[in-house]
Design a binder for this molecule. Structure first.
Ligand SMILES: Nc1ncnc2c1ncn2[C@@H]1O[C@H](COP(=O)(O)OP(=O)(O)O)[C@@H](O)[C@H]1O
Ligand SMILES: [Mg+2]
Length: 266
């Protein structure tokens, strides 16, 4: 099997697969086709972005992958498990163990400290793999927040809150981390810090990181960028190699017109 990037994908190394997903949303007399046949295969350890205009179906797709909503048609596989027909109890287990969520507005519990926020998903895990506070301390330490563990969200900057949220999402070491506009509410310095944190996580742990974004700066940093338009995948490329190809093409054309001198013959 291969994804649209042409990279070989071994079945065991597939973390997420959607098969011809459609989602129709009825609003009175009108039916909106939020997704029209989305087939997407994502391998273990990929650093992937999803971009698309407002209303193109990005949040709908994330909601289906995260088991927050059910598709009209099609199937969803997470870490080899078909989650399409699971009941609410089973979906809660999948969300707790297999998927970490990071949101634009952090969604931390305001009355809990950073440490308690990160420990929470471990306390909810059916078969916890970690001691909650020990794991939370380790993660916050890794993210440079060792001296902020006992702070509440309101006592932290946006960038710090988002890194606490990433630590919380990773608490149970899920194979898939899904981020919906993770830098959408941050200044550029904090955005860079959060993107670096996500990249470090992917490199250090092999977690698959999937980032929905509007921000071209963010989109240009991923290894694979999927463009959604009108509920369909319009493009699936490596943005950096695409940018490079475009630059080479432009250079060739400018040399042809004489705007840029040809290189000296060796
Ligand atoms: N709960 C809903 N009720 C009605 N229409 C919805 C609902 N959720 C999404 N839609 C419609 O589905 C389409 C895709 O929306 P969405 O997934 O939110 O797009 P995006 O996240 O890319 O902005 C849009 O046309 C939107 O208006
Ligand atoms: Mg959205």
């Amino acid at each position: 099997m291969s994804n649209n990037n042409g990279a070989a994908v071994n079945a065991n190394n597939i973390v997420l697969r959607t098969d011809n997903l459609t989602k129709e949303i009825k609003m009175g007399e009108v039916t909106v086709q939020a997704l029209r046949g989305v087939s997407l295969t994502v391998g273990r350890g990929e650093f992937l972005g999803i971009i698309g205009p407002s209303g193109s179906g990005k949040s709908t797709l994330l909601g289906l992958i995260g088991g927050l909503d059910t598709p009209t048609q099609g199937r969803i596989y997470i870490d080899g498990e078909d989650i399409t027909d699971l009941n609410e109890v089973e979906l809660t287990r999948v969300r707790n163990e297999k998927i970490g969520f990071v949101f634009q507005f952090f969604n931390l519990v305001p009355t809990l400290t950073a440490l308690e926020n990160v420990a929470l998903p471990i306390q909810f895990a059916r078969k916890a793999k970690y001691s909650p506070h020990k794991r939370a301390k380790e993660l916050l330490g890794l993210f440079g927040l060792g001296d902020r563990m006992n702070h509440r969200p309101s006592q932290l900057s946006g960038g710090q809150q988002q890194r606490v949220a990433i630590a919380r999402a990773l608490a149970n070491n899920p194979p898939l981390l899904m981020c919906d506009e993770p830098t959408g509410n941050l200044d550029s310095a904090s955005s860079e810090l959060v993107m670096n944190t996500l990249r470090d996580v992917q490199r250090a742990t092999g977690t698959t990181v999937l980032i929905v974004t509007h921000d071209m700066g963010v989109a240009s940093q991923v290894d694979r960028l999927v463009t959604l338009i009108d509920g369909q995948i319009a493009n699936d490329v490596d943005p950096r190699s695409t940018a490079q190809k475009m630059a080479v093409q432009m250079l060739k054309e400018k040399r042809k017109t004489g705007e840029i001198a040809a290189p000296p013959q060796q």
